[in-house]
Write a protein that binds this ligand. Structure first.
Ligand SMILES: [Fe+2]
Length: 440
């Protein structure tokens, strides 16, 4: 919790010793909520180590908005005259963890577009100038197609390609933000984040812009760009520089996710992805059997107050999901864990859970043959899109531009199915008939 928040809450606690009955005051939790919503100096917009943002359209962001990003937004019909980005209304941002948990805590219809696509993806692939697999196991780049021009048939096939290959890249795109959101709506339920900066007038398009957050107090530097050491990352804070999968605390977590960068450094600012199908197939057959059917507790990236103990440590939203999931389109099993947000395996002791989880995180993070590293460079005036399956992969950003060279983009996340495990499903290698080493 920020020191400002602690100080303010402490002063409320002292005042609360006076009988609320006598003063006819609100209950303590409502007093705190009221104060936090009205005090711009108290951060409710980010987790512990992240900055305090004001609310509404931010004029200060306009001053540092890179030229190509501004051009894309204005040409795309976005009104940035009042400021950029748009920080959600404080009145709607959750203060208590129960408020955050209640967001989207209900069934949302979901159509898996990749499921009925042509397995050969002829409409999509025949229209491309070139289709390049960047590594054997993960990552494909498509050359010569504009995402803005895809037919529904091509979008279905692209969904399946993303779900098989983990991540698909498109350089040299002209992609208005609204078109990016339309694509996301086709592939699932677009997530509207309760507290991160958005594109004005288009809720559901998250602004990815560390340079801006740094002006608001985000404390990252060359020595500390993982938002702390591994223990802090594991048990306290998180950041997109650490391996993770987005929004795993949701009832229906992220499916297809689309990041479009319209400004990138000439060198660096890369992103890495790792395959969850590959991570699962790295395990021994006995370990696979042990993990199949197990569940884990997943937590949110942001922290909130505990209504029953508002002066105590902040809490994250928690949700239980299968640790091995079956993909609804490919039918393949994948390992669904990440160091940032998988807290413990249900049914094991804390020590057992930590030993096994740390091993599983390592499998994802240390096997270079199931990873791809991508540099985002496009021709001047164009942007680059990476569209990935945010179920069966992890990703991390490389912050080597150190905030000196601008990097800006917009992200749309399509929430997908309620995670499930089908005991009859097979791994990717089993399904493709690739050799599986059996242990003695
Ligand atoms: Fe992420």
């Amino acid at each position: 919790m920020s020191s400002a928040k602690v100080a303010t809450l402490t002063s409320i606690k002292k005042e609360s010793s006076i009988s609320r009955e006598a003063k006819k005051e609100l209950p303590l939790d409502l007093q705190i909520e009221k104060l936090i919503r009205s005090d711009a100096h108290v951060s409710i917009t980010r987790s512990i180590k992240n900055p305090s943002l004001s609310t509404g359209a931010d004029k200060s962001g306009l001053a540092i908005l890179p030229e190509n990003s501004k051009k894309r937004l204005v040409e795309g019909g976005i009104d940035i005259s009042k400021g950029y980005p748009q920080v959600p209304d404080r009145a709607k941002i959750p203060v208590y963890v129960d408020q955050a948990h209640a967001i989207r805590d209900y069934d949302m219809p979901y159509i898996e577009r990749g499921k009925n696509a042509d397995p050969e993806k002829k409409a999509l692939l025949s229209a491309a100038k070139e289709v390049k697999d960047l590594t054997t196991h993960i990552g494909t780049e498509i050359v010569g197609l504009q995402l803005a021009d895809l037919t529904d048939k091509q979008k279905d096939e692209l969904a399946l390609l993303i779900e098989e290959r983990g991540v698909v890249f498109f350089r040299n795109q002209k992609l208005p933000p609204k078109t990016q959101r339309d694509l996301g709506e086709y592939w699932g339920n677009v997530e509207v984040h309760p507290q991160v900066p958005q594109v004005p007038g288009l809720p559901g398009i998250t602004v990815i812009w560390n340079d801006y957050l740094q002006t608001k107090g985000m404390n990252i530097n060359f020595k500390n760009c993982n938002n702390g050491n591994f223990d802090i990352v594991r048990y306290g804070s998180v950041g997109n520089q650490t391996w993770h999968t987005d929004l795993v605390h949701e009832r229906q977590p992220a499916g297809i996710t689309h990041l479009h960068l319209d400004t990138v450094p000439d060198t660096g600012g890369d992103t890495l992805w790792a395959s969850g199908y590959g991570a699962y197939d790295k395990l021994s057959e006995e370990m696979k059997k042990f993990l199949d059917g197990k569940k884990a507790v997943f937590v949110s990236a942001h922290s909130y107050l505990n209504r029953d103990d508002p002066f105590g440590p902040p809490q994250q939203v928690e949700r239980i999901h299968p640790l091995v999931r079956t993909h609804p389109a490919t039918g393949w099993k994948f390992l669904f864990v990440n160091r940032s947000m998988t807290k413990r395996i249900v049914g094991l002791t804390p020590v057992e859970s930590d030993v096994i989880l740390n091993y599983l995180f390592d499998v994802y993070e240390k096997n270079a043959d199931i990873q791809v590293r991508f540099n985002w460079k496009s021709d001047p005036g164009y942007g680059t899109s990476a569209i990935w399956d945010n179920r069966s992969s992890q990703h991390r950003n490389v912050w080597d531009n150190e905030g000196k060279v601008p990097r800006h983009g917009t992200r749309v996340t399509s929430l997908a199915e309620i995670p499930y495990f089908d005991p009859k499903s097979r791994s990717q290698r089993e399904s493709l008939g690739l050799p599986i080493t059996k242990e003695d």
